[in-house]
Design a protein around this ligand. Structure first.
Ligand SMILES: Nc1nc2c(ncn2[C@@H]2O[C@H](COP(=O)(O)OP(=O)(O)OP(=O)(O)O)[C@@H](O)[C@H]2O)c(=O)[nH]1
Ligand SMILES: [Mg+2]
Ligand SMILES: [Zn+2]
Length: 346
């Protein structure tokens, strides 16, 4: 492996390699390089950004503007996008065309729309996801965080919950709200960072977490993804005011972009998401992705308990006793309901 290629291989690579086998099963098309292509004669690069008809690819020497071979985009019917930021690709140097996409080690994916028909891959081959939220404007939502956690587990990524705009905590109640949100996830063993791009609170810690890693910043529009990246790096990304009427973001970032960090590593700024559906998940599988339920899988009276209406359900008891947070349980119920209704809509 050449030095430049190694830069995009993290410490976690070994672990990811094993898990990759699983991904390969799901993406058999990706592993098949057409026989006539000799990859040794191709140029290695990493996708930095994708536009309507071309992709920007960082090679050892420069950023190239490349087209993508038609057979790559036609192959994957279930995919919204054949290529995404972070993809490791091989380019035919004579034509500047991407001819092969290397198997992905990790993916952050969601379903394109709530009808779950297509998978939209937001980024590939990254190490960790900053699940970006803000205390207010827009208000933090556990349901969304919980969906990201599932997507991280499915895509073999480390999640970190990032709560921005702590400067908006002005009352004691606000402080308590912030603490209780952080607690929900810390109790699950997930790192939580409370930060403010405005006052710089927590940014040193954020920088440390980003160092030498490839991170993706994802979340709703307006939570401050681009503002945070601007604060911790030398980049000058466009940021946008919150829409006064809706208290939501204005969808300022329109294209995901992989950015180098001068303190080591890379990060991906992404456009704000409107909804986050989980691709390829059935209603009775949702519980496997909720650690509090999974850890007590044999505790209920019925082995196929859905923990909703059943008698002698231990999980419902745990919620009443405060052993599982009400917010997480509500989020579980919502997701089960959504996965059930996707079948009705088909
Ligand atoms: N009060 C406060 N405002 C912030 C903070 N961080 C960002 N903002 C403001 O929030 C608004 C949205 O910030 P962006 O960085 O554009 O948000 P984004 O998540 O990149 O949004 P999209 O690109 O639309 O997905 C801007 O007006 C920022 O100035 C913060 O820590 N505190
Ligand atoms: Mg942005
Ligand atoms: Zn139960």
């Amino acid at each position: 492996m050449k030095d430049f290629e190694k830069k995009f291989s993290s410490k976690e690579k070994k672990e990811a390699k094993e898990k990759k086998k699983l991904l390969r099963k799901k993406d058999p098309e990706y592993t098949k390089a057409p026989k006539e292509i000799n990859l040794d004669q191709m140029l290695f690069g990493v996708v930095v950004a994708i536009h309507y008809q071309h992709a920007e690819v960082q090679t050892e020497e420069e950023v190239k503007s490349c087209r993508i071979r038609a057979y790559l985009s036609n192959q994957l019917k279930q995919e919204k996008n054949a290529l995404c930021v972070g993809d490791k690709v091989y380019i035919d140097p004579l034509e500047d065309v991407i001819v092969h996409v290397a198997p992905r080690e990790t993916v952050l994916a969601r379903s394109e729309t709530l009808d779950h028909k297509k998978r939209h891959i937001l980024a590939a081959n990254v190490d960790q996801v900053f699940i970006c939220t803000s205390l207010y404007h827009p208000t933090i939502k556990t349901t969304l965080i919980d969906r990201y956690l599932i997507a991280c587990e499915m895509g073999h990524l480390t999640p970190i919950v990032l709560i921005n705009k702590t400067d908006l905590a002005q009352t004691k109640e606000d402080d308590e709200k912030l603490k209780s949100f952080a607690n929900i996830y810390q109790n699950l063993g997930i790192d939580v960072l409370c930060v403010s791009a405005k006052t710089q609170e927590g940014l040193e810690e954020l920088k440390k977490k980003m160092q030498d890693k490839i991170s993706v910043f994802s979340g709703q529009s307006g939570v401050g993804k681009s503002s945070l990246i601007n604060q911790v790096t030398h980049h000058d990304l466009k940021t946008g005011e919150i829409v006064t009427r809706t208290k939501k973001g204005a969808h300022t970032t329109t294209t995901a972009r992989l950015l180098p960090l001068d303190f080591g590593g890379f990060c991906v700024d992404t456009p704000g998401i409107k909804s986050f559906g989980i691709f390829d998940l059935e209603s009775d599988q949702v519980q496997y992705y909720f650690a509090e339920i999974e850890a007590n899988r044999n505790a209920c009276a019925f082995t196929n308990c859905m923990h909703i209406k059943e008698d002698r359900c231990q999980i419902k008891k745990y919620v009443l006793e405060g052993k599982m947070s009400q917010e997480r349980y509500d989020s579980y119920l919502k997701l089960v309901e959504e996965m059930r209704s996707k079948h009705k809509r088909r």
